[in-house]
Ligand binder design. Structure first.
Ligand code: NAG
Ligand code: NAG
Ligand code: NAG
Ligand code: NAG
Ligand code: NAG
Length: 948
């Protein structure tokens, strides 16, 4: 069960773990999740290379293909969309070499895209294929109002004639709300299973023609399909209606019942969807990957778009990592990436009554009728002390002991526990005691999200109002008299969601590393009730950008059904310019476009818009004073209109703390990105215009961010240009940028740190048995001695402390102390004379003609061939605290060797923004002071492990 978000991968960058020191490179390596399949690539071939042959045979004509040791995984033979292969080699192959081979247009590593998580609630089916009738007073279709879809349904606009392809985990089309069958004439009319039930991303797929998925863990696709096009039949289910209930669905199954899917299968599925005539390809999946330059989906999405197929994809569920947490394929430039907004209500609450027939509503996906009449016992009962939240939250072991001693019959008893922020969900002992169900009360507004299905005991949640009701009734109960509830309500009611209409905490942030505005738009995606495999209960309440993407796909189907001739970019622009920006949670500030894109989708406004605004977004990239932008407003109505322009600033974020102090102003104590009020300003060449029918005008807008003193904190500013017509129609254009010049700032964080131990770049001297950075010593300027000994307590070793931002290549190595290399930055006074003690250590040729003793660490954005000492780095910002515990280096060929005593300097080189790896001028570098190493020649080979 989960209430408060956990830390994302970028925790290291945010400063939360800034005292962490890594002791060796292998440790760093193991921290990285290998999503890349070794020696396996998607290869796009040149269209004119050996035309007439099949992709496989063409690949065989390339130089890497001339090697015998590869096998084809997929062939892509559509010259219109994508022509190439995915191949797996038996031996290491260098991606850069592959990419530059004759006949090869481009190449990417095959990587595993993780399975989208199922965050939410579902149950088990007890009723066979016919589903119970849960219809009650709950406004189950509230998301349709939030996205202004209902008004289109009322006019009969339901997506007829538009084909939506779902690339997902398959669909249980036997569900009565999804048509009950598969094939022509059914709601799920087309599809293919690329993988089979047993596929997990690492084994061989078993394709077949039927995309049916009935496993609960494969229920994701059934849920997203429902969001697009479900329609509960009379007297079954909740009365749910999808966004485009008359659209045709095509189901391409790429996930089995567990595990991920490789990106080469996703590309095959995208191409198949196009072949089968899809209008919209909806992808509720993604791999956290915020660099556009290595996105393998870019070309395919672009080609599909130019053929009139719209690609809609989830931006990702990595929002707790803050800015730059978006994923591929969503960030493909022609795709529409979708963020998530929380539902206004919990749509599935149920009523229980006490003996005086007073109601209590609890949240669960299905009614807990099987409980019947149960007596409510509070955790802490039987203790001779007042019952406090600390006791009922389960954080006090005495309470569990008392409960155990009470010997209660859990067939007729339910346990009331409370959720408290300091304690979380410490209810584990309940399962051991045999508790069947928990009534969970709240003392503050909480995002109620249960993410472990089938958890024992079942947790039934009470919102704040019902929590107060229950607790006051329990408090008033006469001593010795039990309070009982009967779980007799079987018709759904709803309760308000205090997080409703705000961006969801899990929704990934833009921009891309290349500073393109992402996500493009948002839709309801938090706490969404939709269809689920019949065997798994038929319905689930799930949360994720997986849920908001199909909402947008469905809305797009409605728009497309009314405007079949608009191009994909025109359709997207309509959706974006008519969306409504929302505020941050519990705030008067409009949320950044980096969080919500253009805002909450408004399907009705998109369909009925009679003004065209172009462009639909501004990515202002990196500048303290971005160039003026032009907005064209075209009145396509039959009447004269007056438009006024306004600027609405959005919130400001920082990815890292500001480095000037240890005050954190990037992430809150709950590890959510802080929303700062540092608004940009905007000036218009005209603040209002009047246009006759068919007329258009171009207005210039100059956006100016506030100067930011902390570029190394990766700040992002944003806002909206709002255009209001005198008939009250509203349009807006989101913008986003970073308020500094990334090229000028450079990738090495420097000159801004004053508080030890945050200095970067630098070296600290640490005792080998205490790598706590705060305890490390500041070395003497220019020259410091370090020593290794088998008695680790006596060893004082160097710790390299270097922070970088947005670099795709870095190299940390030890070089001769008298190196003539001129760095961008010196870590010593070059005028001070030192008598060097040269080590008896061979000098290697080195990188870009700089002589070296060997590498400490090298990282690049893309995976390197097996055996390479260069690691793939997945970090966006980079906090390096690396202790040289074992005085060993690595050659560029990957050989590791122990070094000899003597003088060394550390050289750090990192590629500047948009730099070329082979150009020495494109690096920012730092050369450190002399490190005089005292390394005993008898240091054991397995030091430090061998030391006492
Ligand atoms: C790495 O993968 C494991 C297993 O899939 C997962 O639990 C963990 O959160 C991942 N770590 C990161 C940093 O993404
Ligand atoms: C391309 O591949 C598909 C699927 O493998 C196949 O059905 C089709 O016939 C091929 N087309 C050509 C022109 O080879
Ligand atoms: C409840 O527990 C927290 C954390 O252990 C503690 O800080 C707090 O003082 C406790 N409150 C009471 C009222 O005992
Ligand atoms: C609880 O119910 C189960 C199943 O009906 C039964 O086997 C068990 O004996 C009951 N326990 C008690 C303490 O009544
Ligand atoms: C950023 O600085 C570089 C180097 O001075 C310059 O070439 C580039 O034009 C600048 N970019 C912008 C957007 O001002």
């Amino acid at each position: 069960m989960k209430f408060s978000p956990t830390l994302g991968l970028l925790a290291l960058v945010s400063g939360a773990s800034s005292l962490t020191v890594t002791t060796n490179v292998d440790q760093l390596r193991s921290k990285q999740n290998t999503t890349v399949v070794p020696n396996t690539f998607i290869v796009e071939l040149q269209p004119d290379f050996h035309p007439g042959l099949q992709p496989k045979d063409r690949f065989a004509k390339t130089k890497p293909g001339a090697k015998p040791n590869w096998r084809v995984r997929h062939q892509y033979n559509d010259t219109d969309i994508f022509y190439g292969v995915s191949v797996s080699f038996d031996s290491p192959v260098d991606l850069a070499t592959l990419r530059t081979s004759a006949g090869v247009k481009n190449a990417w590593s095959v990587a595993v895209v993780p399975r989208p998580e199922l965050r939410g609630l579902w149950g088990v089916n007890k009723g066979g294929t016919k589903l119970p009738d849960y219809r009650g007073s709950s406004d189950v279709n509230r998301p349709l109002d939030m996205g202004n879809v209902q008004k289109l349904h009322d006019k009969g606009i339901k997506g007829k004639g538009v084909q939506v392809a779902l690339i997902d985990s398959g669909i249980d089309y036997t569900h009565p709300a999804l048509g009950g069958g598969f094939g022509r004439g059914h709601k799920v009319a087309l599809g293919y299973d690329f993988v089979g039930d047993a596929y997990d991303g690492s084994n061989d797929p078993q394709p077949d023609g039927d995309p049916l998925a009935t496993c609960a863990d494969g229920g994701h696709g059934t849920h997203t399909a429902g969001i697009v096009a479900m329609q509960d039949p009379k007297k079954q289910g909740f009365g749910l209606v999808g966004v485009a209930p008359e659209a045709t669905l095509a189901a391409y199954r790429v996930f089995g019942c567990e595990g991920g899917a490789t990106n080469d299968i996703l590309i095959a599925a995208m191409i198949q969807a196009w072949r089968d005539g899809a209008d919209i390809v909806s992808m509720s999946l993604g791999l956290w990957q915020a660099w556009e330059e290595i996105n393998p989906f870019e070309d395919v999405v672009d080609k599909l778009t130019s053929h009139g197929v719209a690609v809609v994809a989830s931006i990702g569920n990595f929002g707790t990592a803050g800015p730059y947490s978006s994923s591929t394929p969503a960030i493909s430039l022609s795709a529409l990436s979708v963020g998530s907004i929380e539902s206004d209500i919990y749509p599935t609450a149920w009523t229980a009554h006490d003996d005086q027939h007073r109601a209590i509503n609890y949240i669960n996906v299905f009614p807990a009728s099987e409980l019947g009449r149960v007596e409510v016992v509070q955790l802490g009962y039987g203790l001779a002390v007042p019952i406090t939240p600390n006791i009922t939250s389960g954080c006090d072991q005495d309470a569990w002991d008392a409960l155990s001693n009470a010997q209660l019959n859990w067939n007729t008893t339910i346990l009331q526990v409370s959720w408290e922020s300091w304690c979380g969900t410490a209810w584990g002992p309940a399962a051991d005691l045999g508790v069947k169900a928990l009534l969970v009360t709240m003392s503050e507004a909480q995002d109620i999200l249960v993410d472990e299905p089938g958890s024992e005991p079942a947790a039934l949640y009470l919102d704040i109002d019902n929590s107060k009701l229950l607790l006051s009734r329990l408090a008033k109960q006469p001593a010795g008299k039990k309070y009982a509830l009967t779980f007799d309500g079987t018709k759904a009611v709803d309760v308000a969601n205090p997080y409703g209409s705000a961006p969801d905490y899990f929704s990934s942030f833009g921009p891309t590393i290349e500073m393109t505005l992402e996500p493009k738009i948002s839709a309801p995606g938090g706490t969404i009730l939709s269809t689920f495999p019949v065997d798994a209960g038929g319905y689930a309440v799930l949360s994720g950008t997986s849920m908001s993407a199909p909402f947008v796909s469905g809305s797009l189907a409605l728009l497309k059904s009314q405007n079949p001739r608009l191009t994909v970019p025109q359709l997207f622009a309509r959706l974006m310019t008519t969306a409504r920006p929302v505020n941050e949670l519990n705030s008067k500030l409009t949320a950044s476009a980096a969080r919500q894109g253009a805002g909450m989708i408004d399907a009705y406004a998109a369909v009925t818009a009679d003004t065209v605004i172009s462009p639909a977004e501004f990515s202002l990239r990196d500048s303290a004073s971005p160039a003026p932008q032009k907005i064209t407003i075209s009145n396509q109505s039959r009447s004269r209109k007056r438009y006024s322009l306004q600027h609405v600033p959005g919130t400001f974020y920082r990815l890292s703390n500001n480095y000037l102090s240890d005050i954190k102003d990037n992430f809150s104590s709950a590890n959510l990105p802080l929303t700062l009020d540092i608004p940009a300003s905007a000036q218009f060449s005209q603040s209002s215009v009047t246009l006759g029918p068919g007329q258009s005008v171009t207005v210039e807008v100059q956006i100016k961010p506030q100067p930011d003193m902390y570029p190394f904190a990766n700040p992002v500013y944003s806002g909206f240009i709002k255009i209001t017509a005198d008939d009250d129609d509203e349009y807006s254009v989101p913008y986003l940028g970073v308020p500094y010049n990334r090229t000028e700032v450079g990738p090495i964080v420097h000159n801004v740190t004053t508080v030890k131990p945050y200095d970067s770049p630098g070296i600290l001297k640490a005792q080998a048995t205490n790598l706590f950075l705060a305890d490390a010593l500041t070395p003497t300027p220019n020259l410091e001695t370090y020593n290794w000994t088998t008695d680790l307590d006596e060893a004082y070793i160097p710790v390299f402390r270097i922070d970088t931002i947005m670099t795709r290549f870095l190299r940390l190595e030890l070089v001769p102390a008298n190196v003539s290399f001129v760095p961008s930055m010196y870590g010593f006074d070059p005028d001070v004379h030192i008598d060097y003690k040269f080590p008896d250590q061979p000098i290697l040729p080195g990188f870009l003609d700089v002589p070296t003793y060997g590498l400490v660490l090298a990282e690049s954005l893309e995976p390197q061939p097996e055996g390479s000492p260069i690691m793939q780095s997945t970090d966006i910002g980079h906090f390096l605290g690396l202790a040289l515990l074992d005085p060993s280096l690595t050659s560029d060929k990957g050989d590791k060797f122990r070094i000899a005593a003597g003088d060394y300097r550390v050289l750090f080189r990192t590629l500047r923004w948009r730099g070329n790896e082979t150009n020495p001028d494109d690096y920012e570098s730092w050369l450190g002071p002399v490190m005089r190493f005292d390394i005993p020649s008898d240091l054991p080979p397995d030091f430090p492990n061998s030391s006492e």
